[in-house]
Design a protein around this ligand. Structure first.
Ligand SMILES: Nc1ncnc2c1ncn2[C@@H]1O[C@H](COP(=O)(O)OP(=O)(O)OP(=O)(O)O)[C@@H](O)[C@H]1O
Ligand SMILES: [Mg+2]
Length: 323
C-alpha cells in the first residue's frame, strides 16, 4: 500500500462567473520516503491540489470528488478533531511565501512550542527543549528561540518555518515553492537543508517548484500538471531525458538552462485555458504543435511509457517496452 494514494481528485472554487475547476481529476501515489515534484505553469492547480490533501481550502473551495487515502485511510472522511491531529503530525506544509506566515508579535520559540504541544502531550520545558533542538537542526542558534520574527532575515524566517513543519515529525512534508522569495544562494542552502533533514528523518515530500535544477536535485519523480490535471508522471530521469507529452517538452525547454545563464530559453506560446470552460478533448490541444483532429475531440487516456512512467497524450506510443 502506498503511503498516500490520491484518486481522481476534483477541487472546485465557486466564483461569481461560475465554477473554477482548479483540480480536475488528479491521481497519483506517493511511497514512504519518496519525493515527488509537482510542476506546471502558474494557475494550473498545484497549490489547490496541495491544500486539498490537508483539506485546508478557502471557504469558496470544496473537494467535489475523489479519494485521498493516507495509509489506506480516507482523509475526506476524517472528523474535524481527527483532521487537527492529522495535519502537521502526518502531513505538514511549508506554504508559498511562508516566511510571512509567522505571527510578528510573538517570539518564534513560543510559536514552535505551540505547534509541538498541539500534537504531543509533553510539558512546556520539554517542548521548549525540542523547539531549541529543531532550531539547531535547521542551523539556527538555539538561543534565538526568544527572538521575534523581524529579528530574523528572510532566509532565517524560512528556516523557522521549516522547523515548524518538522516539529511533529510528519511522514509527508509538502513544500509549495518554499524559497521563491529568497535570493538564489539562500535558496540553494535551504534546499540542501531540507533534503538533508528529509533523508535523516525518512520523510516523503511533495515539492512544488518552478526551478528545474531543484527538481532534478531533490525529486525522485515528477508530475507535470496542465489545466487542473496531471498530464505526465514518471521518474525524474525519464521526465528529463524522455519526456513524452508535448507540454512536458515545451515546459522543460521554457525553464532556464541548468548551468548556463538565467535567461529563459523559450516560453510556451499561447495561454493556459480558463478553468471555468476548459477546451474539449485534450486540454492542451489549442497550444499543441502536434495536435491532430482526434486531440480536439477525445480526452486522452493514460498510457504506460515504462516503469512508473505514464502520459495522457494521443500521440504517445502505447507499447511499454522502452523502459
Ligand atoms: N480562492 C479561490 N477562489 C477562486 N479561484 C481560485 C482560488 N484559488 C485559486 N483559484 C483558481 O484556481 C486555479 C488554480 O490555482 P492555484 O493557486 O492552485 O495554481 P498554482 O498552480 O498554484 O499557480 P502558481 O504557480 O501561480 O502558484 C487558478 O485558476 C486560480 O485562479
Ligand atoms: Mg501556487
Amino acid at each position: 500500500m502506498p503511503l498516500l494514494d490520491v484518486q481522481d481528485l476534483q477541487t472546485h472554487f465557486r466564483i461569481r462567473q461560475g465554477i473554477v475547476r482548479a483540480v480536475d481529476g488528479v491521481s497519483f501515489s506517493l511511497e514512504e520516503g519518496e519525493s515527488l515534484g509537482l510542476v506546471g505553469e502558474s494557475g494550473c492547480g498545484k497549490t489547490t491540489a496541495a491544500l486539498s490533501l490537508l483539506r485546508l481550502l478557502p471557504t469558496n473551495g470544496r473537494i467535489a470528488a475523489g479519494r485521498i487515502l493516507y495509509q489506506g485511510q480516507d482523509v475526506l472522511q476524517l472528523s474535524p478533531e481527527e483532521l487537527l491531529r492529522f495535519r502537521w503530525k502526518e502531513i505538514s506544509i511549508i506554504f508559498q511565501g511562508a516566511m510571512n506566515a509567522l505571527n510578528p508579535v510573538r517570539r518564534v520559540g513560543s510559536q514552535i512550542v505551540e505547534a509541538i504541544r498541539l500534537h504531543a502531550s509533553i510539558s512546556q520545558p520539554e517542548a521548549r527543549r525540542r523547539a531549541t533542538a529543531l532550531l539547531e537542526k535547521v542551523e539556527l542558534e538555539g538561543r534565538r528561540i526568544d527572538d521575534y520574527p523581524h529579528e530574523f532575515s528572510g532566509g532565517q524566517r524560512q528556516r523557522v518555518m521549516i522547523a515548524m513543519a518538522l516539529a511533529c515529525q510528519p511522514r509527508i512534508v509538502i513544500g509549495d515553492e518554499p524559497t521563491t522569495a529568497l535570493d538564489v544562494m539562500v535558496q540553494a542552502q535551504i534546499f540542501e537543508l531540507v533534503e538533508r533533514l528529509r533523508r535523516e528523518l525518512g520523510m516523503a515530500m511533495i515539492l512544488i517548484t518552478h526551478d528545474l535544477s531543484v527538481l532534478g536535485d531533490t525529486c525522485d519523480r515528477a508530475a507535470i500538471m496542465y489545466a487542473g490535471q496531471i498530464v505526465e508522471i514518471g521518474p525524474i530521469a525519464r521526465i528529463f531525458f524522455h519526456p513524452c507529452h508535448p507540454y512536458t517538452r515545451m515546459l522543460l525547454r521554457s525553464f532556464p538552462r541548468l548551468a548556463g545563464t538565467r535567461e529563459m530559453v523559450g516560453s510556451i506560446p499561447g495561454t493556459p485555458p480558463n478553468m471555468i470552460e476548459v477546451p474539449t478533448g485534450c486540454r492542451f490541444h489549442p497550444r499543441c504543435p502536434d495536435a491532430l483532429a482526434l486531440c480536439q475531440e477525445q480526452e486522452p487516456t493514460w498510457r504506460e511509457q515504462g516503469l512508473r512512467h505514464t502520459v495522457a497524450c494521443h500521440l504517445a506510443r502505447t507499447e511499454t517496452s522502452d523502459a
